[in-house]
Design a protein around this ligand. Structure first.
Ligand SMILES: *[C@@H]1O[C@H](CO)[C@@H](O)[C@H](O)[C@H]1NC(C)=O
Ligand SMILES: *[C@@H]1O[C@H](CO)[C@@H](O)[C@H](O)[C@H]1NC(C)=O
Ligand SMILES: *[C@@H]1O[C@H](CO)[C@@H](O)[C@H](O)[C@H]1NC(C)=O
Ligand SMILES: *[C@@H]1O[C@H](CO)[C@@H](O)[C@H](O)[C@H]1NC(C)=O
Length: 358
């Protein structure tokens, strides 16, 4: 009885014992260099940590108040208290001053939909609550929004692009053009680029922003959206390989951010959603399994000449059914797609920080 489980545990103990030795050697930079090269920081589980959260939204400038759940009246606080614990190493602590001084004179640009916005907003908040009252300027003009930290010359920006590829106004309507990415050239030249896309590709409402899909001379009233997404990402990948100078720019791709509208995925009731959830799932695997698009996207990225660093947040975010805005946003409704800040996106940024500097 229980022996398969015991076997799994002892195997993982053996695997981990190597890096644990390094981890106990002290929290030096070299330790983490070894750890990040040898350790999968995206495999792990959530643990309660009294010292969390990493940022406090009450000390942050928000672009809008969409993600500030505390301000929108979210009463429970436990969701702020979970730290991501990789199986085989420890993550560094986020040090806002260290981040600013390493980034001195540099630019970071998040490009994508509101999940990139979510992460950009969180990073700005982590810096504002971690550094001693830095002077912050927010410059906002669609599609570009920038947090500037003038004492450090650091510029952290967000460029809104739901699909990454172009939407072109034509006499017959708005075309989502799968093989055109002309808008992208304004993203070049920064030090760190982080992209994302997906959620808008599966929308069917009037908000989706296009009337038909075009690829070359072929026009489609509609098509398999997963395939459309993959074509779009291949166009992005070609652009990135051809145009991004990776000796100057580090490129990240944010993994697919999951939603929580179907309780059945986490062995909950069929009608259950993220609403009223106050705790994460405590294992390392999501009962509902992976999303098919995750592997397809990974294939596109891996086939690149110079693949971006995949910020593989999918599984760790699937475990956080408790971390969504739900009803605590100025927009109303029950949002099980976006995430509270402070909250889960702070961990995405902690992982970004670990990937960049350790
Ligand atoms: C992302 O991380 C999860 C959890 O560790 C893992 O199962 C998955 O294979 C990873 N995906 C990629 C593309 O590396
Ligand atoms: C955030 O800061 C405010 C004001 O300093 C404080 O009252 C509140 O408890 C803090 N929230 C968290 C979650 O630490
Ligand atoms: C901040 O960076 C963005 C993106 O690279 C750039 O377009 C913008 O001009 C910069 N803002 C300032 C004030 O330097
Ligand atoms: C769309 O294409 C994907 C990838 O080939 C496939 O797995 C999926 O079943 C297709 N969806 C539909 C509705 O045909």
């Amino acid at each position: 009885m229980g022996s398969p489980l015991l076997l799994i545990c002892s195997i993982s103990l053996i695997i981990c014992s190597f890096s644990l030795k390094e981890a106990t050697a002290g929290v030096s930079k070299s330790t983490y260099q070894k750890l990040s090269s040898g350790c999968d920081i995206f495999a792990g589980h959530w643990v309660y940590d009294e010292s969390y959260p990493l940022c406090n939204s009450s000390s942050c400038t928000f672009y809008n108040n969409m993600f500030d759940c505390a301000k929108s009246g979210r009463p429970d606080k436990l969701y702020l208290k979970y730290r991501w614990q990789p199986t085989c190493c420890d993550l560094p602590r986020f040090d806002a001053l260290n981040f600013l001084s390493k980034m001195k004179g540099k630019r970071i640009l998040f490009v994508g939909d509101s999940l990139a916005l979510n992460q950009w907003q969180s990073l700005a908040c982590m810096i504002q609550s971690g550094a001693p009252a830095p002077h912050t300027t927010l410059v906002s003009k669609d599609p570009l929004h920038s947090f500037l930290f003038p004492e450090y010359g650091v510029n952290i920006s967000y460029y809104l692009s739901h699909y990454l590829v172009d939407i072109v106004s034509e006499p017959t309507g708005r075309a989502l053009v799968l093989d055109s990415i002309k808008q992208a050239d304004v993203w070049l030249g920064v030090d760190i680029l982080l992209f994302n896309s997906w959620h808008w590709w599966i929308r069917n409402d009037d908000m989706k922003g296009w009337d038909y899909i075009r690829e070359g001379n072929m026009v489609f009233k509609d098509m398999n959206r997963t395939l459309a997404f993959l074509q779009g990402m291949k166009t992005w990948a070609k652009w990135s390989d051809a145009k991004v100078d990776t000796s100057k720019t580090t490129v990240f791709f944010q993994g697919i951010s999951p939603t929580h509208y179907r309780g059945i995925e986490w062995n909950g009731r069929d009608t259950e959603t993220c609403r009223g959830q106050t705790q994460p799932l405590l294992g390392s695997t999501y009962p509902g399994g992976s999303l098919p698009v995750v592997a397809l996207l990974a294939n596109v990225l891996e086939s690149m000449e110079r693949p971006p660093y995949l910020l593989n947040i999918t599984t760790l975010s699937q475990l956080r059914k408790d971390a969504h805005l739900s009803i605590y946003s100025p927009r109303g409704g029950n949002d099980c797609s976006h995430w509270c800040v402070a909250g889960l996106p702070d961990t995405w940024n902690l992982l970004l920080y670990a990937a960049l500097f350790f």
